[in-house]
Design a protein. Structure first.
Length: 232
């Protein structure tokens, strides 16, 4: 069963109803906010989401008639209408009647047949980040590249790549067999070089190999800057 938790950073995600790939889109406001200057004609460098009800997950409060200023990929400021000035160059999005909440993270997703999956449905349902804890590192790398390059619309993707398993392995596909400490070490180094975010150890890994996997993750070559961890 998938488990979802709130993200560690504020990502704006509208609560919408999604069915068969159809999603409701927030319309850009036709009437600019009175706080926004009309003199600037330059292309927008920021976005202001105005009028929605913002859910503050730290204290449970609902902030009505809110303003969220986004610059690039980051939320820059949060406030309320008439108290937070909207930048002159901002593109204004009318969110009246909508809800704004932190993006959700689905921590257990398996992207089998990822080339056929409508990844945009995650975003349509407020899930802005996903983690795949075990599948082909090749497929995961290609999928993430398609998302980050803009070729496909989808959430931010973290992945473990191929499973590490001992004898007998539970799955014969998308698994690296680590039946000796030396193979355990080389498997960890290989996955780290492939850019994984986590390592998934499976059922048949024996104690000597598990100790080597942990030891390899603690080597200066991998940690602490990489952030690679053992996935539960």
């Amino acid at each position: 069963m998938r488990s979802a938790c709130f993200g560690l950073f504020l990502i704006v995600a509208m609560c919408v109803s999604a069915a068969l790939g159809q999603q409701q889109v927030i319309k850009e406001s036709a009437n600019p906010s009175p706080q926004r200057s009309m003199t600037s004609q330059a292309p927008a460098t920021s976005t202001a989401i105005v009028g929605g009800t913002l859910v503050d997950v730290h204290n449970g409060e609902e902030i009505e008639n809110s303003v969220v200023i986004i610059r690039g990929e980051r939320v820059a400021k949060v406030g309320v209408v008439d108290k937070l000035e909207i930048p002159n160059d901002a593109r204004v999005v009318d969110a009246h009647g909508k809800w704004i909440l932190p993006g959700l993270i689905d921590m257990h997703v398996h992207l089998w047949d990822s080339d056929l999956l409508p990844l945009g449905l995650f975003l349509a349902n407020g899930i802005t980040t996903i983690r795949d804890p075990g599948y082909s590192v090749l497929v995961m790398r290609l999928t993430r590249e398609e998302i980050t390059s803009g070729k496909r619309i989808g959430p931010r993707l973290f992945f473990c790549g191929d499973l590490l398993d001992g004898m007998p392995p539970l799955y014969r596909e998308s698994t690296l067999l680590v039946d000796t400490p030396e193979r355990a070490h080389s498997a960890v180094m290989f996955l780290a070089d492939q850019g994984v975010d986590c390592i998934k150890v499976y059922n048949s890994v024996k104690e000597p190999e598990l100790k080597e996997i942990i030891r390899s993750l603690l080597t200066p070559v991998i940690s602490p800057s990489s952030g690679i961890y053992l996935a539960p």
